[in-house]
Ligand binder design. Structure first.
Ligand code: GLN
Length: 543
């Protein structure tokens, strides 16, 4: 039977609850246990596909085609295994299935109530993930922070699971301990309050992860222990550190694994973190730097810059760069700037590589196309991901083939040259306003052409990658594009769709209709990111 660990946020969000959850999983794996993890998003959205990345961060895509929270990506990267639909739950999903069951008389005439029917559905889903994966441990991360009205129902489900099988369920609170400048001391009060709120939901945390700028010291551990009714050894230091991949190693310094296992009566095993520790050491020892520009648009919120929208892209760049002995110095380029100030584009020449990541809609598109043109003509390594591939094809169609008005029908439905166009089934979806979960999603096969940059990078012909898009390279323009020198390096064998494009006689110019960033792992960097970074490093060395 599986054991369940709920991870709950205290004080405030954005302090790394997802990475902490993933790190707990990583530690348990190092003791030889199998682990799966569920992220609960307390939103009414059925999935993350309809959420704006600026508000909610990157939309991650699973192999089985679910659009979900970016934390699922953290789970994959820290656990080194794929996640699926059963690893993600939203309030919307839960209510949708309870209401569908009610309509089907599933509840046999009973009044359907939030408790026990919604809680029951939540518990069923958690247990389903345990059964499907046959894991020793199921981690359940509840999004948001204690005290939020909308995650109460999930706490209630956790409380009920604990009541049913106390020895199989435990609660971890990820809290935040501020060190206000004017006081100069780490304060525990907000954590005390957060625990009180959790107590009022009938839950006592077993372990508190003390997130802060600094490691927590003994006096503060004692304070938390007394006021939060918890053992001192169960307060785990969680300071800011060099890289997120160091977190499991750091937690283990405070014996997190042993504390968790002893609570479940499991004390027998020793941990083996060798590969992970090697990774951490490698990251720490990197001295050289390679400069990468990411030209996108989902960065700014008010006066603040966020990088969460492209988290998997950033992590993939890091994985590959570290493996090659470099630190990536990643710069955010708001592509719209190049539309307003065309001369500014020259700044891109100082970079070793340019990435145009996925995107939707018209904002910044002409700026991105300008950046791609520069990468093509000035021989700067380029990696285009999804929209970044489609726009590279447009740039080529306009400036090499000479179809000046070439466009994607996403932006200009009446273009005389719809070089990027929608698939017929997508047109139906859009006409009927079926926007949720209806893109071309999840894993599809792709056959690579031999003697291409991509084939050499992957080292194999048949690959599988994850997708999220409505538009495609229009096959009617394929011949023209190829005649002008564009290489179609990969196609989907079933539907003959263009999946990878390249340019010959260029240090590295690759665009993919899929999202390789969803498959890169810290212990196993993605081959295309590796190829791209190798080329970028070569350019860097020439300077
Ligand atoms: N907007 C494009 C499409 O829907 C690209 C999507 C993406 O970059 N994920 O096809």
């Amino acid at each position: 039977m599986a054991r369940y660990i709920f991870v709950i946020g205290g004080v405030m969000s954005g302090i790394g609850k997802g990475v902490s959850t993933a790190s707990i999983g990583n530690i348990l794996q190092s003791y030889g246990f199998s682990v799966t993890a569920i992220k609960i998003d307390p939103y009414l959205n059925v999935d993350a596909g309809t959420m704006n990345p600026i508000e909610h961060g990157e939309v991650f895509v699973t192999e089985d085609g679910l659009e979900c929270d970016q934390d699922i990506g953290n789970y994959e990267r820290f656990l080194g295994q794929a996640m699926f639909r059963h690893n993600y739950m939203t309030t919307g999903q839960v209510y949708q299935s309870v209401i569908a069951k009610e309509r089907a008389m599933y509840y046999g005439g009973k009044c359907v109530e939030v408790v026990p029917h919604i809680t029951g559905e939540i518990i069923d889903r958690i247990e389903l993930a345990a059964r499907k994966t046959k894991s020793d441990f199921v981690l359940i991360e509840i999004g948001g922070t204690v005290g939020e009205y909308q995650n109460n129902i999930f706490l209630e489900a956790g409380r009920m699971m604990k009541l049913r099988a106390p020895e199989k369920v435990m609660f971890v609170m990820v809290s935040y301990l501020p060190v206000p400048k004017m006081i100069g001391e780490m304060k525990t009060k907000p954590t005390q309050h957060a625990v009180r709120i959790l107590n009022s939901a009938g839950i006592q945390p077993d372990i508190i992860l003390a997130r802060s700028d600094y490691p927590i010291d003994a006096p503060r551990k004692q304070k938390i222990a007394i006021f939060c009714n918890i053992g001192e050894d169960d307060v785990i230091s969680a300071p800011d550190i060099h890289s997120i991949y160091e977190i499991p190693v750091n937690f283990e310094k405070d014996n997190l694994g042993k504390q968790i296992l002893s609570k479940f009566g499991l004390t027998r095993r020793r941990s083996n973190m060798r590969d992970w520790r090697t990774l951490v050491r490698r990251i720490k020892n990197v001295k050289k730097t390679v400069r990468i520009a990411i030209a996108g648009k989902y960065f700014t919120t008010g006066k603040f810059m966020l990088s969460d929208s492209y988290i998997s892209v950033i992590e993939s760049v890091k994985h590959a760069a570290w493996r090659l002995g470099y630190n990536p110095d990643i710069h955010w380029i708001d592509a719209e700037e190049y539309e307003k100030k065309p001369a500014k584009i020259r700044e891109l020449k100082k970079f070793d590589g340019i990435i145009v990541p996925g995107g939707f809609g018209s904002r910044g598109v002409e700026g991105k196309i300008k950046a791609i043109k520069l990468a093509r003509t000035k021989h700067i390594p380029y990696l285009g991901l999804c929209y970044g591939m489609q726009l590279a094809v447009l740039e080529f169609a306009r400036n090499v083939v000479g179809l000046k008005k070439a466009h994607t029908t996403e932006i200009d439905p009446k273009t005389p040259h719809p070089v990027i166009a929608t698939m017929p089934e997508q047109e139906t979806h859009m006409k009927q306003k079926e926007y949720g979960g209806s893109m071309r999603l999840g894993m599809y096969p792709c056959a690579l052409k031999k003697e291409t940059v991509s084939f050499r990078a992957y080292g194999e012909k048949n690959i599988f990658e994850r997708h999220r898009h409505r538009y495609e390279v229009n096959n009617e323009y394929r011949e023209k594009l190829e005649q002008a020198g564009l290489v179609i390096a990969g196609v989907n064998p079933q539907r003959n769709l263009v999946e990878v494009i390249e340019l010959p006689k260029h240090p590295f110019f690759v665009g993919t209709q899929f999202h390789p960033e969803f498959k890169s792992m810290p212990l196993c960097p993605h081959p295309l990111f590796r190829g791209f970074l190798k080329a970028a490093i070569k350019r860097n060395k020439k300077r």
